[in-house]
Design a protein around this ligand. Structure first.
Ligand code: SPV
Ligand code: MN
Length: 622
C-alpha cells in the first residue's frame, strides 16, 4: 500500500494527477494507488464537478463506441452483451470473514473473494483509461447522504453515474479525509461491438466490512454502476449497523385535500409497478428506486439518494405513461440501452407505435424472426431494456423534496409484489409491527426479467429487497422493528397488489387503479376515511373508493368490481401464511415477533372462515 502518488503516476497526464493531489485523504490515496498498481491503466481521468469534465466523459463514451448518438443529439444508445442483460445473481457474492453462510445469500470467504477478483483485475486496464468519479448519494450538505468513489474503465458506466447521481469532487477537496464507499469495476475485454466478452469470468462481489464493491467482465448497469445496486448492498449493511433503513423504495408525494402533501416510500420488486406508481399523473415524483430513512426527533424522514432514473422502457407508451414518454421525446440527456435502433431512432416493445422489421439491437443486426443460439426468437428490444435520464427533466418532479437536506417527513410505507391470488389490491396494517411483518416481510412475488433466470415463479421476496440483501435477514428485520420503537410519529404501512387475478387468470384491476389506491392511502394516513377491519388489516370501504374513482380517473366503479377485488381469500391467505412461517422457521435469527404476528393473523383467518366460509365478501364485514 502507498500513501502518496509515486512513480507509477508519472506516465499519466499531470493535469489529471493534480486533480487527485488536490484532495487530502489518505484512504483515498491508498485506494486509488492500489488499483492503479493492480490494474495498470495507461491513462487516468479524474472527474471533477465541471461541465467540461462531464462533457469529456460523454464524448469518450462515443469515441470508444460504448454509446452511439441517436438523431436527437442529446440521446445516445448503448448495448450490453446478449447474455449480460440483467443482474447476475449467480455470480453475485457477499464476502464474509470466514465464508459464513447467511440465509438466502450467496456468500464466499472474504480472503478468497478478494484474491479471485484481484487476479481478474491484474493488468486488466493495460492500454485503457481508468476513470475516477466522486459522488454523493443524496442531497448535498445533508447528514443523511453518503459519499462514494467509483473506479471504472467504462465511460458508459461513468456517464450513467453523471446522469443518475450528484458529483462531489469539490466536497472531497474541501473536506479532508471524508469517509466514502468504494466501487471498482472493469468491463474487461470487449468484442467488436464493444460489449464485455468474457462473461464466464463475470464477478460481482461485495466486501461489507471494507465498504467496497467489485464487478468485472460485465457492463449491465445493475451489476456495474457502483452507486446503484452495488452501493445499495453496502448501505443496507451500514444502515443495520447504525440503526436506520436503506431500502429498495421509491419516494413520492401524494396530493391530499386542501393543498396537503403526504410523502410515501414504496418497495416493489423490479418490474412490479414501482416506477409507474411514483409516476402517477398529478402526484409528486421524488425518486423511483432507492431511499434512506432516518429518525430525527422521533419522526421518520426519507431521501431519494439518486438524481436520475434507470427505468424499464418495455411497455412505455404515450397513453399509460405520458410523463416518461414526454421525457423520452424531449431534449433531456437520455441513454437508451438494449432497445432497437433504426434510422437513428429508438424503438421498444409495447411503445404503441409500429416497430421496424430491421435494425440494430442487443443481438447485433436484427431482423424480424431472427433466432438466438438457443433457437429462441429475439424480440426487437430486450424486456429489461432501459432508459437512463436525469430527474430534473421530469415535469412531475418535486424538486424541493429531492434536494431537501433533511429529507421529507414520511407519512406511509407501501409494500407490493406480483401476486396472482392472495393479497387484495390495497390494505393497511394495524400498526408498525404488523406492517413490517405481515406486509413487508411477507411479500411473495413472481420473478421477472430484471434478473437472469426463469420468469413467473412465485418467490419469497421480503421488503422486495432479497436480490440485494447483504446481511442476515433476521437481523435486518430486527433492525426494522427497533426502528419502529424509536418513532413517536409512526408512518402507516400498506400492502398493495396490482396483479390480482380471477379464477380464469384475468387481471382484476386496471393499470391506472393505483392512482385511486394512493389517494385512499393518503386519506387513511390522516384518518380522513374509515377502514373495514379484516384479519389482514383495514381495507377500503366501497363508499370511499367509488367517489375517488370518479374524481381521479373519471370512471364508474361498480360494487361487483369492489367485491371481486376485495374478497378475503382465506384458503390462499392461509397457505401463504404457512409458507412465510416456514421460511422464517428456518432462519435462526428470526425475531419472535414474526411468529407472533403471523400466528395472530392465522387465528383471525380461521375464525372468520368459521363464521363466513372460504371467500368473504368485504360487504359482509361492514
Ligand atoms: C432493478 O432491477 O430493481 C433496477 C435496475 O432498479 S437494476 O439496476 O438492474 O437493479
Ligand atoms: Mn431497483
Amino acid at each position: 500500500m502507498r500513501a502518496d502518488f509515486g512513480s507509477s503516476y508519472n506516465k499519466f497526464s499531470q493535469e489529471q494527477v493534480n486533480k487527485l493531489k488536490n484532495i487530502e485523504n489518505e484512504v483515498l490515496t491508498e485506494f486509488i494507488g492500489w488499483y492503479v498498481d493492480l490494474m495498470e491503466p495507461s491513462d487516468l481521468f479524474v472527474l471533477t464537478d465541471s461541465e467540461d469534465d462531464k462533457e469529456f466523459v460523454r464524448l469518450k463514451a462515443l469515441l470508444d463506441r460504448e454509446e452511439k448518438r441517436l438523431k436527437n443529439r442529446n440521446h445516445t444508445y448503448h448495448f450490453d452483451n446478449y447474455y449480460d442483460q440483467a443482474r447476475d445473481k449467480e455470480n453475485t457474492k457477499i464476502l464474509t470473514p470466514n465464508g459464513e453462510s447467511l440465509p438466502f445469500l450467496n456468500t464466499m470467504k472474504r480472503e478468497d473473494g478478494i484474491k479471485d477478483i484481484e487476479s481478474k483485475f491484474r493488468g486488466i486496464m493495460k492500454g485503457r483509461t481508468m476513470y475516477i468519479g466522486f459522488f454523493i448519494l443524496g442531497p448535498y450538505n445533508s447528514p443523511m447522504s453518503e459519499y462514494a468513489v467509483q473506479i471504472t474503465d467504462s465511460p458508459y458506466v461513468l456517464h450513467s453515474e453523471i446522469i443518475l447521481y450528484r458529483t462531489a469532487y469539490e466536497d472531497f477537496v474541501k473536506k479532508p479525509n471524508l469517509n466514502f464507499m468504494k466501487f471498482v469495476h472493469s468491463e474487461g475485454e470487449l468484442d467488436e461491438r464493444k460489449v464485455s466478452k468474457n462473461l464466464r469470468e463475470r464477478r460481482i462481489y461485495f466486501d461489507n466490512e471494507g465498504l467496497t464493491a467489485f464487478s468485472v467482465n460485465t457492463q449491465y448497469a445493475g451489476n456495474t454502476v457502483g452507486l446503484k445496486k452495488p452501493a445499495f448492498r453496502l448501505t443496507i449493511y451500514k444502515a443495520l449497523k447504525e440503526g436506520w433503513l436503506s431500502e429498495h423504495m421509491f419516494l413520492m408525494g401524494v396530493n391530499g385535500p386542501n393543498g396537503r402533501v403526504t410523502y410515501f416510500t414504496g418497495a416493489f420488486p423490479s418490474m412490479c409497478g414501482k416506477t409507474s406508481t411514483c409516476m402517477v399523473p398529478g402526484e409528486r415524483l421524488v425518486g423511483d428506486d432507492l431511499s434512506f430513512i432516518k429518525v430525527i426527533n422521533g419522526k421518520p424522514y426519507a431521501i431519494n439518494i439518486e438524481n436520475g432514473i434507470f427505468g424499464i422502457i418495455d411497455g412505455i407508451n404515450k397513453e399509460d405513461d405520458p410523463i416518461i414518454w414526454s421525457v423520452l421525446h424531449s431534449n433531456a440527456e437520455v441513454i437508451f440501452s438494449n432497445v432497437l435502433v433504426s434510422d437513428g431512432k429508438p424503438y421498444w416493445v409495447g411503445m404503441g407505435e409500429p416497430i421496424p422489421d430491421r435494425g440494430e439491437n442487443h443481438s447485433g443486426t436484427w431482423y424480424k424472426g431472427k433466432k438466438d443460439a438457443e433457437g429462441k426468437e429475439i424480440p426487437p428490444s430486450h424486456k429489461n431494456a432501459r432508459f437512463t435520464a436525469p430527474l430534473e427533466d421530469f415535469p412531475n418532479l418535486d424538486k424541493n423534496a429531492l434536494n431537501s437536506q433533511s429529507g421529507v417527513p414520511l407519512g406511509g410505507i407501501i409494500y407490493g409484489g406480483r401476486d396472482p391470488d392472495t393479497w387484495v389490491p390495497v390494505s393497511e396494517a394495524f400498526d408498525w409491527e404488523h406492517g413490517i411483518i405481515a406486509k413487508g416481510a411477507s411479500i411473495e412475488s413472481e420473478t421477472t426479467a430484471a434478473s437472469l433466470g426463469k420468469e413467473g415463479v412465485r418467490t419469497f421476496n421480503a421488503m422486495s429487497i432479497m436480490e440485494f440483501l447483504s446481511v442476515d435477514l433476521g437481523l435486518y428485520l430486527k433492525n426494522y422493528l427497533e426502528f419502529g420503537r424509536k418513532l413517536t410519529d409512526v408512518p402507516k404501512i400498506f400492502g398493495v397488489n396490482y396483479f390480482l387475478r380471477d379464477s380464469n387468470g384475468k387481471f382484476l384491476n386496471h393499470k391506472t387503479d393505483k392512482a385511486v389506491w394512493l389517494k385512499w392511502m393518503e386519506l387513511r394516513v390522516h384518518n380522513d376515511v374509515k377502514g373495514v377491519e379484516t384479519p389482514i388489516g383495514y381495507i377500503p370501504r366501497y363508499e370511499d373508493l367509488q367517489p375517488l374513482f370518479k374524481k381521479v380517473l373519471n370512471r364508474d366503479y361498480s360494487k361487483e368490481d369492489y367485491e371481486k377485488q376485495f374478497t378475503i381469500r382465506i384458503p390462499e391467505l392461509l397457505n401463504k401464511n404457512k409458507r412465510i412461517v416456514e421460511v422464517y422457521s428456518k432462519i435462526k435469527t428470526s425475531p419472535e415477533e414474526v411468529f407472533k404476528v403471523l400466528k395472530k393473523e392465522e387465528e383471525g383467518l380461521l375464525e372468520l372462515r368459521k363464521l363466513k366460509g372460504d371467500y368473504v365478501s368485504p360487504f359482509s364485514l361492514y
